[in-house]
Design a protein around this ligand. Structure first.
Ligand code: BGC
Length: 393
């Protein structure tokens, strides 16, 4: 009996010692120590990326697959800061606009690589009503509300968990947006899962739940430059949009409510067409956007995951395909970039040096009843699925 008791005590002691050691190890770990998660087919490395002005730590996760694609995601804004893709000779180069350091992301950056929410795109006059109650949001784009407000999901620090399996390297980002944050009703729990597959595809799954009726429209705001050379513009990229119609806008880029056929207009991208071919056309809508900055109504992708868009850079052979289950896509050609931001490679980001393909619901849906609803009720789960797939041809 005594020996059993003694050995039991010994084991308890041993266990306590082990737990103690483990905790110590955690505490003593240098803050910027690389942490690796890996499987045979993918891996993720975590490292420190800096601090926000209010002292929150920001990490960088590098997702890698066996083909050699690398994607850097930081916990600030869920921003993709670097994304390498192969050209036709197998050379991997960075194809997204962004910065090498965290500080460059503070202030005046047009949403490079960021997660956008609670409402991606514009809400007219920063106002909408739900069940008779009016909610007022920031007017951060002229008279209108844009991309979630002054401090949207692109400017908050997300919690992150990394997992590597044979299906790919996944980074799960979560954020709780408080009831009333940026004027939106309801506490919203958001989860975004980035998965880099072995097939050079970044799969993005968005989910959210609320405790009060609210509106949600999440998207990803990467600016692609498929040439891998940020000093070049994207006008020679051949873009296809699987859309027979688009949403004309007013002077403040709010949809007028009309759903207009693209046929015979510069907005027809049903067959691949160089971005520059009609970008300066004498067309009222082109003038309003300063180029393309419109939402296209996708053919049949609503709730039915399918090809929404592609962009092809003939010289490098890089082809990007975008798949989604969203009903629309904002195609923005970087018209407001003006060379005032320094690029990762020492130059500047000039006008139209990147293009965005933002899968989403229609802009201003909370105020336009004829548009598919963006309302989320308690008990429902918002879900949106998009993937960006790279190949060459
Ligand atoms: C909008 C543009 C805006 C850009 C960056 C895009 O989603 O459509 O009008 O300038 O984001 O803010």
């Amino acid at each position: 009996m005594k020996t059993i008791k003694a050995s039991l005590l010994f084991f308890v002691f041993l266990a306590a010692l082990l737990i103690g050691c483990k905790e110590n190890k955690k505490e003593n770990q240098p803050e910027n120590d690389m942490v690796k998660t890996e499987s045979a087919k993918s891996h993720i490395e975590k490292s420190a990326f800096g601090e926000t002005p209010d002292g929150q730590k920001v990490d960088k996760y590098t997702l890698t697959n066996t083909k050699g694609m690398e994607i850097d995601v930081i916990t600030y804004g869920g921003i993709i800061t670097r994304w390498t893709a192969p050209d036709k000779n197998g050379n991997y180069e960075d194809v997204v606009l962004g910065f090498n350091d965290l500080d460059s992301y503070f202030g005046g950056v047009p949403y490079f690589g960021a997660l956008i929410g609670r409402y991606g795109n514009r809400i007219a006059k920063g106002q909408f009503s739900i069940d008779g109650e009016t909610y007022t949001l920031a007017k951060n784009d002229g008279q209108n509300h844009l991309h979630g407000g002054q401090k949207g999901f692109d400017k908050v620090v997300w919690a992150a968990e990394a997992e590597s399996t044979d299906d790919g390297a996944s980074l799960v980002l979560t954020y709780t947006s408080a009831d009333g944050e940026e004027g939106y009703p309801g506490k919203l729990d958001v989860k975004v899962t980035y998965t880099l597959t072995g097939d050079n595809e970044l799969d993005i799954q968005y989910e959210a739940v609320t405790d009060k009726p609210t509106v949600v429209n999440l998207t990803q705001h990467s600016y692609f430059n498929l040439s891998g050379d940020f000093s070049k513009d994207i006008l020679d990229n051949e873009v296809m949009l699987n859309a027979s119609a688009y949403l004309p806008v007013d002077a403040g880029l709010i949809p007028t409510g009309e759903i207009r056929s693209v046929e015979g207009t510069p907005f027809d991208f049903t067959e691949p067409k160089a971005v520059g071919e009609e970008i300066n056309a004498d067309n009222e809508q082109i003038k309003r956007g300063g180029g393309y900055d419109h939402c296209w109504v996708l053919n049949g992708t609503d709730k039915n995951f399918g090809l929404a868009a592609s962009a092809y850079h003939p010289e490098s052979g890089r082809l990007l395909e975008v798949y989604t289950d969203e009903p629309a896509i904002q195609f923005y050609t970087g018209n407001f970039l003006d060379g005032s931001l320094s690029s990762k490679t020492g130059g500047v980001y000039g006008k139209r040096s990147g293009l965005c393909l933002e899968t989403q619901h229609y802009p201003d849906s909370p105020n336009q009843e004829a548009f598919p609803t963006t309302r989320l009720n308690p008990g429902e789960t918002y879900s949106s699925h998009t993937s960006f797939k790279f190949s060459t041809k």
